[in-house]
Design a protein around this ligand. Structure first.
Ligand code: ADP
Ligand code: MG
Length: 366
């Protein structure tokens, strides 16, 4: 099963409006996304992905600040959830590991799609709400369903547990270790059982406040870190005198901005940061490239460089392994960001070639 790839384009921001920016993205509402060359239409570039979400215009904000569609073309948060988020839960229920990651330059709309802002809740909160709605519908007295969550941040190649208070965190962060059969895991990561949406909401608010945030010239509040929310969904069913356990691990990843270092104006002390952030993102790129090559029959024997960064170790299963994986690529609508958008679309084009081998994670216990 291939990695499912979606592209989403946001409205102009105030900076772009101030600059009188030109729109350089077009979508046909299906699978085509075109990057327009405003000087020479012959140089327009067409890309095809599983989904293209037009969130550039065609909406109005209601009194709560909720974006309400006024055109069929506009994809609101619900529409994105229905097409991308829902299938994560469907797969989790069947016992598959799942991964969703958001990729794109700072300010392109990764966090808007993943967590959302204000009334415009993103895929993560809607999915969490939905998990408990679905659990409520379970009328099988022999089936027990348990949810727990964890939250990690990778910053400067250091993994921190966002749900452990800063004062109690190990200096140097948590170590990633490798288990012979289970693969990579984060040693000492806290797991928090949750029984309702409000439980999970509280935990995620705590985690979000514990994040490391530094400003760059591109976006004053941008996070230079990768944030990973991990939801474990365990189903235990009694059949006769045996118990069957199905486990699904859902990784929800809001990646750091993919822009080139130069554009963010990173210098000196930020440079190390930027280089290390890029180590995880660059390695993710290399892993995607290597997996895509493999699928295309090129360099069949090359070692996939998972071990070269924290991010790729943690996401090892999600990439070319046992996972149903989706990627949402956020892009700016503006011609000023043409190069970054082109690089995001090319990245997405590689990602869609990856094939995973997802299997149901079921085991019998006594
Ligand atoms: P990123 O996480 O990629 O750095 P954000 O998600 O924080 O970017 O988005 C930057 C700004 O653009 C935010 O103010 C956000 O509200 C706005 N934005 C992003 N995507 C959309 C969208 N689809 N619709 C409306 N506003 C959006
Ligand atoms: Mg963000």
């Amino acid at each position: 099963m291939s990695v499912v790839v979606a592209v989403r384009v946001r409205p102009f921001n105030s900076r772009e409006i101030g600059l009188n920016s030109q729109l350089c993205i077009d979508m046909d509402g299906g699978t085509r996304t075109s990057l327009l060359d405003l000087n020479d239409p012959k140089k327009n570039k067409d890309f095809f992905f599983d989904y293209s979400f037009w969130s550039h215009d065609g909406f109005e904000l209601n009194e709560d600040g909720l974006a309400v569609p006024v055109s069929d073309r506009y994809a609101d948060q619900r529409a994105v959830y229905n097409q991308v988020g829902q299938q994560i839960l469907d797969n989790a229920w069947l016992g598959y590991h799942c991964c969703l990651f958001a990729y794109g330059q700072t300010g392109a709309g990764k966090s808007y799609s993943m967590v959302g802002y204000g009334a415009n809740k993103g895929i993560v909160p809607i999915a969490c709400q939905e998990i408990f709605e679905r659990i409520k519908l379970n009328d099988n007295p022999h089936l027990e369903q348990e949810v727990s969550c964890s939250m990690l941040e990778i910053y400067n190649e250091t993994v921190q547990d966002l749900l452990i208070p800063v004062s109690k965190r190990p200096t140097g962060g948590l170590k990633i270790r490798q288990h012979q059969s289970l693969g990579f895991y984060v040693d000492g990561m806290s797991k928090h059982p949750v029984e309702s949406y409000s439980d999970i909401e509280k935990i995620m608010d705590t985690g979000t406040q514990n994040r490391t945030v530094a400003s760059t010239q591109m976006n004053a509040c941008s996070s230079r870190a990768h944030t990973i929310i991990i939801i474990q969904f365990k189903q235990t069913e009694e059949k006769g005198d045996r118990k069957y356990e199905k486990l699904s691990i859902i990784n929800l990843v809001d990646l750091a901005g993919s822009e080139k270092v130069a554009k963010t104006g990173a210098t000196d002390k930020r440079l190390k940061e930027a280089t290390n952030i890029n180590l995880s993102l660059t390695t993710l790129g290399k892993v995607i490239q290597a997996l895509a090559d493999k699928e295309m029959g090129k360099n069949k024997n090359q070692v996939i460089p998972y071990r070269e960064s924290c991010l790729t170790k943690i996401l090892c299963n999600a990439l070319g392994g046992n996972s149903k994986t989706l990627m949402i690529c956020a892009v700016s609508p503006s011609n000023d960001n043409y190069e970054e958008t082109l690089s995001t679309l090319r990245y997405a084009d590689q990602a869609k070639k990856i094939k995973n081998k997802a299997t149901v994670n079921e085991s019998a216990t006594d």
